[in-house]
Design a protein around this ligand. Sequence first.
Ligand SMILES: NC(=O)c1ccc[n+]([C@@H]2O[C@H](COP(=O)([O-])OP(=O)(O)OC[C@H]3O[C@@H](n4cnc5c(N)ncnc54)[C@H](O)[C@@H]3O)[C@@H](O)[C@H]2O)c1
Ligand SMILES: N[C@@H](CCC(=O)N[C@@H](CSCO)C(=O)NCC(=O)O)C(=O)O
Ligand SMILES: [Zn+2]
Ligand SMILES: [Zn+2]
Length: 379
Amino acid sequence: MATQGRVITCKAAVAWEPSKPLTIEDVQVAPPQAGEVRVKILYTALCHTDAYTWSGQDPEGLFPCILGHEAAGVVESVGEGVTEVQPGDHVIPCYQAECRECKFCKSGKTNLCGKVRSATGVGVMLSDRKSRFSINGKPIYHFMGTSTFSQYTVVHDVSVAKIDPKAPLEKVCLLGCGVPTGLGAVWNTAKVEPGSNVAIFGLGTIGLAVAEGAKAAGASRIIGIDLNSKKFDIAKNFGVTEFINPKDHEKPIQQVIVDLTDGGVDYSFECIGNVSVMRSALECCHKGWGTSIIVGVAGSGQEISTRPFQLVTGRVWKGTAFGGFKSRSQVPMLVDKYMKKEIKIDEYITHKLTLAEINQAFDLLHEGGCLRCVLAVDV
Ligand SMILES: NC(=O)c1ccc[n+]([C@@H]2O[C@H](COP(=O)([O-])OP(=O)(O)OC[C@H]3O[C@@H](n4cnc5c(N)ncnc54)[C@H](O)[C@@H]3O)[C@@H](O)[C@H]2O)c1
Ligand SMILES: N[C@@H](CCC(=O)N[C@@H](CSCO)C(=O)NCC(=O)O)C(=O)O
Ligand SMILES: [Zn+2]
Ligand SMILES: [Zn+2]
């Protein structure tokens, strides 16, 4: 039976309250309105940002909601005025939109887009400031404009990238967040040059993608820092050349790195979300030019600090969202790079489960051995 124009009832994992196990519910998904796209999600991975919002630390977190933002699927139907995708297209929902018309998009200075952010930050769609998800009439909030822990979701047309239909969706779903974030932090935000020294704090998926990007950029030393020494074995495969566990040192970790690198690294990346590590990451940078990129997302109320002298003497503190990639334009290019074996994806997938097993997948996220867990959604 054709579903276009009708409400679809499907399975979704609903987060009712912070930290309370998600439950699989029958959710009603309304048809897309003008400028919206309804997507059948086939595969979704979990990112630490999902766990962060679920934990209640996200100042933008709203409950009940449908989390998830690293996924791939097929367009089921489109609303009025949608021209760039059509039913049957293979797509990756993009939490960072790209409208190509707003002052952010036109600036050429950022990948942030202002068109739908005010709505996605409060869990609704832009046109009527309402949710397309409900359970027996009770609205359920969207999350990051994507809500991929559902068999069907509705996204803004500026938040969906059309990709090569030959690409395996169970793999390229990772291009919705983690892998591009790490690669882009190096290529777009830091612009690491050949021969650079790099320090990466946190060797999860994001830190490993930073390592992969740094290796491709020709960095000569890639120093990985993690509290879990088991990370070094896997990190070597992504380009990390040296490993430091802060637990093995009495001196502050920034001092250890400065001593090891004749004054500090050219670039550092914080891929944890810990504000005290963010300070170490800045302070391990070389005087005069060292640049530190904040990638990790910190909890509500957390603030960064350092002595202003650190910046006066030439260190630069920056941040990155989605690695600076313009989503709709550049995600298809990343898919093509994967298809040509120019970037890794398979190596980040350590676990595969189903949507029904999502709570187990959240548990795995907190285990050192898990990078990305991909859930089959349509089962
Ligand atoms: N800015 C963005 O666009 C963006 C995109 C995706 C994810 N993120 C954020 O990036 C961060 C990393 O995500 P991930 O999926 O790689 O997480 P992860 O939990 O898999 O990796 C974090 C790593 O840091 C290590 N670690 C924890 N505390 C440490 C400490 N004090 N010192 C050294 N190592 C420590 C852990 O052992 C782990 O290996 C999260 O905060 C996530 O929310 C940001
Ligand atoms: N809601 C949080 C901020 C969360 C955050 O910084 N998100 C990152 C993406 S994390 C993906 O895993 C981001 O891109 N932010 C830019 C944006 O949201 O527009 C808070 O309020 O502190
Ligand atoms: Zn993410
Ligand atoms: Zn825009």
